[in-house]
Design a protein around this ligand. Structure first.
Ligand SMILES: O=C(O)c1cccc(O)c1O
Ligand SMILES: [Fe+2]
Length: 299
């Protein structure tokens, strides 16, 4: 079993690099990190050197990154994944540098979501300079799509240390890899995709201020403000350029004692299973997974 220690980053292809960066910084509030790579832009939310990277090119998610404990754990993971019959690619130096990690491997999950594991993600000792006072505290979770969430859970819980915290029927599997209620979620979708990327904010005031700010800026609100009965967080989903859905959330339960927690199943047919305040539920947008047409190591 491979132990994931944290989520690390999302890497996304965008046709309009400037537009994507402008939205992520001026609207979402992330810090733009200096980059000397042409056609590549990095954004920062927390102590991670960066957690969101845009690569000029075809629109769609390129990969989702996680960390393991170190180089030995990464080598073991590589062996383990190959033993399972997965095609594992070793990242090269340029790829590692671009990801802000020491070394990494890449593979596709059974549904075609590109997953990367890093031995270490570089931290930055510089204070985060959020572009506006959005109150972002951290990259909270990432959510992938797969046609069968139970099958997805079999993969994430047998190959990795992911534990289901709650189900929303056959529609969503919310998984933890540490006490945070979920850092990884899989939603039912027709094909592999990035459903959304979550940033935690400091307070309910931040979330509500952000909501008004987004509305003022003409940003499409996908859903919320609402409250998830599962994690208990207050959320707001909104749509950025090229179908990248962002979520701000505040709060969210911690599950400190694994043995004391029984995953709950909420009825997918009930709107209150996603928003216990029963706000309007809009279809979420998703960023489709780009096929790996070039070796992952250089993409
Ligand atoms: O926080 C949650 O519980 C949650 C539930 C459904 C969908 C989500 O994106 C969530 O973050
Ligand atoms: Fe979420």
């Amino acid at each position: 079993m491979i132990t994931l220690t944290d989520i690390a980053y999302v890497r996304s292809g965008v046709e309009d690099l400037q537009g994507a960066v402008r939205f992520a910084s001026e609207i979402v509030g992330l810090e733009v990190v200096d980059s000397d790579e042409p056609g590549v832009a990095h954004l920062r939310a927390d102590a991670r050197g960066h957690c969101l990277t845009f690569v000029q090119g075809r629109s769609g998610v390129i990969s989702s990154g996680f960390t393991v404990a170190g180089p030995e754990a990464l080598a073991e993971a590589e062996t383990e994944l190959e033993k399972q019959g997965l095609l594992v690619e070793r990242g090269d130096r340029a790829g590692a540098r671009s990801r802000g990690v020491s070394e990494y491997i890449a593979f596709d999950d059974p549904f075609g979501n590109r997953v990367e594991l890093a031995a270490a993600q570089f931290r930055s000792a510089d204070p985060v300079r959020l572009t506006r006072g959005a109150g972002i505290t951290e990259f909270g979770h990432l959510c992938l799509d797969a046609p069968d969430v139970h099958e997805a859970y079999r993969f994430w819980s047998t190959t990795f240390n992911a534990r289901v915290s709650d189900w929303v029927g056959d529609g969503a599997c919310l998984m933890r890899i540490d006490p945070v209620h979920h850092k990884l979620a899989v939603f039912r979708g027709e094909e592999a995709a990035l459903c959304h990327i979550n940033f935690q904010v400091d307070s309910l005031d931040d979330l509500m201020r952000n909501w008004h700010f987004l509305v003022d800026q003409g940003v499409e609100i996908v859903m919320g403000p609402g409250r998830h009965p599962t994690s208990g967080s207050v959320f707001l989903y909104f749509r950025g350029p090229e179908n990248l859905t962002y979520e701000y959330a505040v709060g969210g339960r911690l599950i400190e004692d694994d043995s004391a927690w029984t995953p709950r199943v909420f009825d997918l047919e009930q709107p209150s299973s996603i928003d216990m305040w029963r706000g309007p539920v809009a279809p979420t947008t998703r960023q489709r997974q780009l096929p790996q047409t070039v070796p992952a190591a250089t993409s």
